[in-house]
Design a protein around this ligand. Structure first.
Ligand SMILES: NC(=O)c1ccc[n+]([C@@H]2O[C@H](COP(=O)([O-])OP(=O)(O)OC[C@H]3O[C@@H](n4cnc5c(N)ncnc54)[C@H](OP(=O)(O)O)[C@@H]3O)[C@@H](O)[C@H]2O)c1
Length: 251
């Protein structure tokens, strides 16, 4: 399917019925919209994020709409330690026989500035959230993803993760690493599992991160997260079976 078709993509209402899908950064921005639309199409959503009150609000929205009851998984992805991920892995393996989808969406912008003005602390935090947590969560979920009959992992990229621009610092470098991780994992899993792995660049979308990066821009010039959900549905649904190792744009 072409990028231009994503905006008009209209999958069947039960596209994700009986699927269990973990979404990171599910409490706000694009992740919140992904969690809601996947629940609307029938999935049970594991809402992972750092701010419990935001996750609870999404939980309420989903349950009030009458969709499958989600599960809240609070986790601060900025913690540079594998222990919470190993605990999460244990919890998931106790509760589920498989996971069918993983949307690695949470991210931080960090400081936009010349490279030589970025502190090591700031660089490390951006890499911890945008890249290292993606590695650790993928590692934690892979055994259950492999047990699915048809699983999809969506890595979240960015335009500056494919062609860097001045002052995008650790954010751009961390998204290049995401593209690399996606390609190597797709290559490892192709032919040995039912897990497909692709990256998705949402492109300019009206969220807190975009408003932070472009304070002078009129936010209403960019689509809302809800308007870019076609690509997320396509990559999670059966229509993308067999497509792996590809870099997509949401529009
Ligand atoms: N919006 C765009 O124009 C655009 C363009 C290209 C790529 N992207 C990518 O799309 C993804 C979503 O971005 P967005 O625009 O929706 O940004 P956003 O509104 O800032 O949302 C980021 C999400 O990540 C979560 N998060 C941040 N730090 C975390 C941590 N330490 N632990 C757990 N969760 C954490 C946030 O949770 P809290 O709400 O609790 O802070 C929030 O749910 C990101 O990977 C971003 O790089 C966005």
């Amino acid at each position: 399917m072409n990028t231009s078709d994503f905006t008009t993509y209209a999958p069947p209402y039960d596209l994700l019925k009986n699927k269990t899908i973990l979404v990171t950064g599910a409490g706000s921005g694009i992740g919140r919209a992904v969690a809601y639309i996947y629940a609307k199409y029938g999935a049970q959503i594991l809402l992972l994020g750092r701010t419990e009150v935001k996750l609870e609000a999404v939980y309420d929205e989903i349950t009030h709409a009458g969709f499958e009851t989600p599960i809240i998984l609070p986790l601060d992805l900025a913690i540079p330690d594998e222990t919470p991920y190993l605990l999460l892995k244990k919890t998931l393996e106790k509760s589920f026989s498989c996971i069918d989808g993983l949307v690695l969406n949470a991210g931080v912008l960090g400081k936009l500035s010349p490279l030589d003005n970025i502190s090591l602390d700031s660089w490390n935090t951006v890499f911890q959230v945008n890249t290292h947590s993606v590695f650790l969560l993928t590692k934690a979920c892979l055994p259950l993803l492999r047990k699915s009959q048809n699983a999809s992992i969506i890595f979240t990229s960015s335009s500056v993760g494919r062609r860097a621009r001045a002052y995008w610092g650790a954010y751009a470098a961390s998204k290049f690493a995401i593209e690399g991780m996606m390609q190597l994992l797709a290559d490892e899993l192709e032919n040995t599992s039912n897990v497909r792995v692709n990256s998705l660049n949402p492109k300019a979308t009206n969220t807190a991160m975009r408003r932070d990066a472009y304070p002078g821009e009129d936010p209403s010039n960019n689509p809302s997260p809800e308007e870019i959900m076609g690509a997320y549905l396509y990559l999670m649904g059966e229509a993308s079976t067999g497509i792996t190792g590809e870099s997509f744009d949401a529009r």
